[in-house]
Design a protein around this ligand. Sequence first.
Ligand SMILES: NC(=O)c1ccc[n+]([C@@H]2O[C@H](COP(=O)([O-])OP(=O)(O)OC[C@H]3O[C@@H](n4cnc5c(N)ncnc54)[C@H](OP(=O)(O)O)[C@@H]3O)[C@@H](O)[C@H]2O)c1
Length: 322
Amino acid sequence: MDSKQRVKLSDGHFIPALGYGTYKPEEVPKSKTLEGTKLAIDAGFRHIDTAYTYQVEEEVGTVIKNKIAEGIVKREDIFLTSKLWCTSHRSEMVKPSLENSLRKLGLDYVDLYLIHYPVAMKPGEDLFPTDEKGKSLLDTTDILATWEAMEKCKDAGLTKSIGVSNFNRRQLEMILNKPGLKYKPVCNQVECHPYFNQSKLLDFCKSKDIILVAFGALGTQRDKKWMDLSFPVLLEDPVLCAIAKKHNRSPALIALRYQVQRGVVVLAQSFKEKNIKENVQVFEFQLTPEDMKAIDALDRNLRYLPAKFTEGHPECPYADEY
Ligand SMILES: NC(=O)c1ccc[n+]([C@@H]2O[C@H](COP(=O)([O-])OP(=O)(O)OC[C@H]3O[C@@H](n4cnc5c(N)ncnc54)[C@H](OP(=O)(O)O)[C@@H]3O)[C@@H](O)[C@H]2O)c1
């Protein structure tokens, strides 16, 4: 892969600057994940983002193994991310959780393992344990102990790199300032798009050599389980559409290119062949400094995915400004 399309992580590994997202709403059948992931690898995606809680690790792993068997890719060509779910933060649960993900994937390692959220919930089968009033059942664990267990997963060779997701600045600092820290997080995967551009968190991450990975970069899948559907549709934004027209590209490509040009690794999800093939064109054109400025000005602090299940947790990441 062209070196321009990869970003160096602080631990020396490289992450492709564009990744394929595999979250799917509950009502979408898993066959769509098989189809989409296959189309993504065929189109040239080499970075795939999944998570235990998406419940598609088996499908993602099947596609990767098939593509390896067909001789299309080697395992080392693929950069695969998975994530530790909130119900497995207790330090003794971290390695078994990654081993369980690897069993589902049918692979011996992932490239990147992330703490999905900085909040711990009651361990058990239920991914979103709640009380009778629908309030999340929380767990009190020490995030630094969870991080130490993540470090052990890297040392055991179960993951090449370790990082975090949905952490705010204070929570990143907690890890960075941990006495005896062995590995710092290589990335922080957060919601990031022109309506929520995370410029302060991005500046902080850059100052600490932490890569910011953007999810929801196309305005999310607008899953009613997770977002208020009255929020404006990002890809219909008039400024994005005008810049798209000028470059003879789609608003989606402009939103992806915006992230690449500001040094953000960007995820893009799609189930459609046409869109998947289009999204890899992000490396074929450039936005001007004026375009970048105009897109920066679209920021309106609009978080599409407020992760309401984290509300009330002492480590709810969205309680701080950034
Ligand atoms: N760490 C976390 O907490 C977290 C949270 C959310 C997501 N994520 C990760 O980030 C990934 C991406 O985020 P996301 O799934 O929220 O969605 P997204 O990538 O922001 O947007 C996906 C939507 O954009 C549409 N789309 C894609 N390419 C397009 C194109 N070229 N033109 C027009 N529309 C296009 C897709 O529709 P079509 O299918 O019609 O193309 C889909 O509805 C997830 O899949 C997941 O891996 C992580």
